[in-house]
Design a protein around this ligand. Structure first.
Ligand code: URA
Length: 424
């Protein structure tokens, strides 16, 4: 096959065959197809799109580029959860132990922060002693012993996605629906769970900036799951402001603990409860309302939190030693009015500048720092009233930049829901 002919075909908006996509991806992994040739193909896809058939073929070739987890070694229904990336997104930390407390097996490989978004592995690593690099043997033993494990990938899953994603990141080809769908689903299919929950974030801090695009992505994710007989449930949720109040690793773990103790912020709770209800209802053959009651009960009776503690202890973490910085700066509002918007992408980037995330590969993460908002969209703030708190150590940030993340007006604009919908 001819490399240039394939690029040319896509440049002209034609549909690539399974053989052509397989040749191209495998050639790229072998080094026979160069970065600049893959970049050209990615840009042609960005401009001309891909049919669902092409996306299915691309997903399959990426999935088969690496190992596939043998989940038959896990006894019971295995569930995986993914988020398309958000700010203050700690849903995994609450939802996974909650579902595990119902006996559902959570076998999850998670990633680190990407760009301005945080990663579950970084958050868990803020708990002193918590081991994120489990061997395959440890991974399976833990999930069979206590029903929940979250680790960095310990197998060479989806080699194609790692190499292609790195190139997409530097060629402005990230926010393309078929490329995002094949990237997410090839990774999730390689983890081989029976049920895959995907939180598709929508808004100024998300990859999907509008609901129509988020719906299109969700439909495609579900379709790719169906091709592999996997139940995929997508929840579309609002990322026009950070989720909950806390941004930053240890701060987010603390907020997750409060939520697991029945004391969490309402937006985080709403997403967790909805996702859990959608799983618990059908499994127990009960109505949505009954499932919802069960979920709340499990949050309020301490069982979900006990499962979280058991999970953290099993992976070596010591919650007693979880600490956030004691250097706290209170930032006051320079105006009075209603908070109509919070630029979550910018807040996420500012939290990273404080050290909560990396600027370069060589940087180390400061787990104790971050930003805690005192207000949410829709709240009223008085001049000189606290808008947020900074938890800092060595690094600091520009306060005017921080204040510019908040749009404060005299009139309250219509507020958006936390959950936009479910697509299965
Ligand atoms: N998350 C992924 O895993 N892949 C993408 O392409 C975008 C978000």
């Amino acid at each position: 096959m001819d490399i240039l002919e394939i690029i040319d075909k896509k440049r002209l908006g034609k549909e690539l065959t399974k053989e052509e996509l397989t040749f191209f991806v495998n050639g790229f992994l072998d080094g026979k197809i160069k970065d600049y040739q893959m970049s050209a193909l990615l840009m042609a896809i960005t401009i001309n799109g891909m049919t669902d058939q092409e996306t299915t073929f691309l997903t399959d070739v990426m999935l088969n580029s690496g190992d596939i987890l043998d989940t038959s070694m896990i006894n019971g229904l295995v569930l995986d959860k993914h988020s398309t990336g958000g700010i203050g997104d700690k849903v995994t930390l609450v939802l996974c132990p909650l579902l595990a407390s119902f006996g559902i097996k959570i076998a999850k490989m998670s990633g680190r922060g990407l760009g301005y978004t945080g990663g579950t592995i970084d958050k868990l690593e803020s708990i002193p002693g918590f081991k994120v690099d489990l061997t395959e043997e440890e991974f399976f033993k833990q999930v069979n012993d206590i029903g929940i494990v979250i680790s960095s990938p310990n197998k060479d899953l989806d080699k194609a996605d790692k190499k292609i994603y790195a190139l997409r990141d530097v060629t402005s080809t990230v926010s393309i629906i078929p490329l995002i769908a094949s990237s997410i689903m090839s990774k999730k299919l390689a983890c081989n769970a029976d049920v895959i929950l995907i939180d598709v974030k929508v808004g100024n801090g998300a990859l999907m900036k509008n609901i129509e695009d988020a719906k299109a992505l969700a439909r495609l994710l579900c379709k790719l799951g169906r091709c592999h007989n996997k139940a995929v449930i997508c929840l579309l949720s609002n990322m026009d402001q950070p989720l909950g109040y806390a941004i930053g690793n240890a701060l987010e773990v603390k907020e997750s603990i409060m939520t697991l103790q029945g004391n969490g912020p309402s937006d985080l709770l709403e997403i967790v409860v909805k996702l859990a209800t959608m799983v618990i209802g059908p499994i127990n053959k009960i109505t949505e309302e009954e499932a919802r009651d069960l979920v709340f009960k499990q949050l309020n009776n301490g069982l979900a939190y006990n499962k979280f503690k058991e999970f953290v202890e099993y992976q070596g973490g010591d919650l007693e030693k979880l600490s956030v910085s004691s250097k706290i700066i209170s930032i006051k509002s320079d105006r009075s009015g209603y908070i109509n918007q919070i630029d979550s992408q910018k807040l996420g980037s500012l939290a990273n500048l404080l050290g909560a995330g990396k600027q370069t590969e060589e940087d180390t993460i400061d787990y104790e720092v971050g930003i805690v908002s005192s207000k949410k969209v829709g709240d009223y703030v008085n001049v000189n009233e606290e808008l947020l708190r900074l938890y800092i150590n060595e690094k600091t940030i520009d306060i005017t930049e921080l204040l510019s993340c908040f749009v404060i007006d005299n009139q309250l604009r219509e507020t958006q829901p936390v959950i936009y919908g479910i697509i299965k």
